[in-house]
Design a protein around this ligand. Structure first.
Ligand SMILES: C[S@@+](CC[C@H](N)C(=O)[O-])C[C@H]1O[C@@H](n2cnc3c(N)ncnc32)[C@H](O)[C@@H]1O
Length: 243
């Protein structure tokens, strides 16, 4: 634990810390997302979902769905049924206020122990959520378990820019300006300091792809967005007779 009380070490404490934090900032979450990213998060979500090959009326799980922006974009682009699962009830309440689309089912559930049978979904997705899991590998294993053979997972997550001069400017914004504005608007002392701290601790693309492999995913691909500020990852669950 850092001297601010922020919990970044993996485990149960982090899971509960994150759950409390998102419940506390839920009322300002959407506004701050779009404001602090100048709306780029909307473009990234659209791009990520374009990578998901699913057919209309298939079932998709959007884990850590929060206020459902990603889940609603999946419905918009793919016309499938989406289960949005999140551990923070307040985030789900804001999601519900946003839509009464019958294609979206919301569930208060922990991504590390999903209440679904094996092979339930044609696709599983998670946007800006995998970094926040108490036990990231366990959540990846769960996303793999509930995926049907031939199904796909698409993950959108922050990373760090690769071009050094841009990285320096970006880190100045990310570690100084963003936490200050986030604190003022959300009234949460830590949430927007947790964000850059957790991104800096997140594995590199290569390390994260090793974790995806460990969880069972095959045919891995990734796409860097804005010089690596965010990355889209895609993986498949092969049929049992495929290698
Ligand atoms: C940064 S928000 C992302 C929300 C949404 N996917 C989006 O793109 O805006 C991260 C979300 O992960 C959720 N979360 C964190 N740990 C979780 C867990 N163990 N199980 C389910 N959801 C979790 C939080 O409650 C929060 O809503």
């Amino acid at each position: 634990m850092s001297d601010t009380g922020m919990v970044l070490e993996p485990g149960e404490k982090k899971k509960h810390y994150v759950q409390r934090m998102f419940n506390s900032i839920a009322h300002r979450y959407d506004f701050l997302n779009h404001f602090l990213s100048l709306g780029i998060d909307i473009v990234w979500r659209k791009k990520a979902i374009r990578k998901l090959d699913v057919s209309p009326d298939q079932q998709v799980l959007d884990l850590a769905c929060g206020t459902a922006d990603f889940a609603l974009e999946i419905i918009r682009q793919k016309q499938c049924h989406v289960v949005g699962a999140d551990i923070a009830l307040r985030m789900l309440q804001f999601a519900r206020q946003k839509t009464d689309d019958p294609k979206l089912r919301l569930m208060n559930a922990d991504g590390e122990a999903l209440p679904f049978k094996d092979d339930s979904f044609a696709g599983t997705t998670i946007a800006f959520g995998i970094r926040n899991m108490g036990n990231r590998i366990q959540a990846l294993k769960e996303m793999y378990r509930v995926l049907q053979p031939n199904g796909q997972t698409v993950i959108l997550e922050f990373s760090l820019p690769t071009f050094a001069p841009f990285r320096r400017i970006y880190l100045f914004y990310f570690k100084n300006i963003l936490p200050m504005v986030g604190r003022m608007v959300s009234k949460d002392k830590e949430a927007y300091s947790y964000l850059p701290a957790s991104v800096e601790r997140f594995p590199t693309i290569e390390e994260f792809e090793n974790e995806l492999t460990l969880a069972g995913f095959k045919d891995l691909k990734h796409w860097r967005l804005l010089n690596g500020v965010a990355v889209i990852y895609k993986g498949k669950k092969l049929m049992t007779n495929e290698k």
